[in-house]
Design a protein around this ligand. Structure first.
Ligand SMILES: NC(=O)c1ccc[n+]([C@@H]2O[C@H](COP(=O)([O-])OP(=O)(O)OC[C@H]3O[C@@H](n4cnc5c(N)ncnc54)[C@H](OP(=O)(O)O)[C@@H]3O)[C@@H](O)[C@H]2O)c1
Length: 290
């Protein structure tokens, strides 16, 4: 098998398509950096960090907000760009469709299933949260769809270690993310049927009534870190970047990491402030490290 540093053909350098793509990649780096700084200073006001802040605008239903910011971009715009934009540049091969399917599984989940099934404490979020999710998603998911819609991968690439390891990490990360979000969801049982299993350490922090309070999660990765859902998604995007071997993957992973590192740090501090008996050795995002 021949090893190519860039295992696919892409836009010819110097063309307008080339500059649009890589100009937006540079913008992606800048947005990721700005996100890192902004989120590190103050977490976005939803979930545990909800607060009254008129700068974030009027409130809209939380489920609708997540559908607008994630399904509109990650399902509809993503598919339109993949199938229609610059389609004459390359004939799509099986790998293009594999990448399309993998990303779509994520966005179908994140944009529809997740907002329709999770048990949020608050029914609404400020519209700034919707816009703050929507605009970066337009940028990064456009780039990702553009890359996987156009790149013509080598015929030997399905056997390339980058592809194989990347796909493995993507699947492992996806499973961890889903498992962790589902475990969090299960902390809030229907009122009157609370499940006091070993996972639950009593309601606290947030004034719940047994079905919408906050609890200390236990079990699996929750024994090591505060945010296994973020950790799983981070692993997922590292795998994606490796498998697609793309700069669009790099900037998307950096953007997500900017949120995950900053918000998990705030979440860990929040747990420590709210629960006296919060396990002291738990890290925020990366077991034993961060
Ligand atoms: N790609 C990205 O840039 C990005 C950015 C952010 C999030 N995400 C993904 O989106 C998903 C949700 O993110 P998130 O920030 O909303 O995660 P989160 O703060 O962990 O909340 C997830 C869900 O669990 C509930 N929950 C959290 N901690 C709880 C506790 N101790 N006790 C009871 N319920 C608890 C939350 O309720 P409340 O809403 O009432 O707090 C919410 O319904 C995750 O899969 C994450 O990876 C991706």
């Amino acid at each position: 098998m021949t090893f190519h540093v860039i295992p696919y053909s892409f836009y010819e350098s110097g063309t307008t398509y080339f500059w649009v793509h890589f100009g937006l990649v540079i913008l992606g780096f800048v947005v990721a950096l700005a996100t890192c700084i902004g989120q590190w200073v103050k977490p976005a006001p939803y979930g545990k960090h909800e607060r009254e802040d008129p700068n974030w605008g009027p409130k809209i239903p939380q489920r609708l907000s997540h559908i607008i910011s994630d399904a509109l971009t990650g399902i509809i715009m993503f598919s339109l760009v993949f199938f229609l934009y610059s389609r004459e540049v390359a004939d799509k091969g099986v790998l293009n469709y594999v990448f399309y399917g993998l990303f779509l599984i994520h966005t179908l989940h994140r944009g529809l299933l997740h907002p329709l099934t999770m048990r949020y404490r608050s029914a609404t979020v400020p519209i700034g949260i919707t816009i703050g999710g929507l605009l970066p998603n337009v940028l990064y998911q456009w780039l990702i769809a553009n890359h996987i819609g156009v790149a013509g991968y080598d015929s030997s690439y399905p056997y390339d270690p980058r592809f194989l390891l990347g796909i493995l990490l993507y699947v492992i990360g996806f499973v961890i993310n889903r498992w962790a979000d589902w475990k969090l969801r299960s902390l809030r049982e229907i009122k009157g049927q609370e499940n006091h299993s070993s996972m639950i350490d009593g309601g606290g922090g947030g004034g719940g009534d047994g079905c919408n309070g906050y609890y200390i999660p236990y079990g699996g990765l929750f024994d090591l870190i505060a945010c296994p859902n973020y950790f799983g998604e981070l692993v997922q995007w590292i795998g994606w970047t490796l498998a697609t071997w793309s700069l669009s993957g790099v900037v998307w992973t950096l953007f997500c990491a900017a949120t995950f590192f900053a918000r998990s740090r705030h979440n860990l501090q929040w747990y420590r402030d709210q629960f006296q008996h919060y396990p002291p050795n738990r890290k925020a995002l990366i077991p034993f490290i961060f």
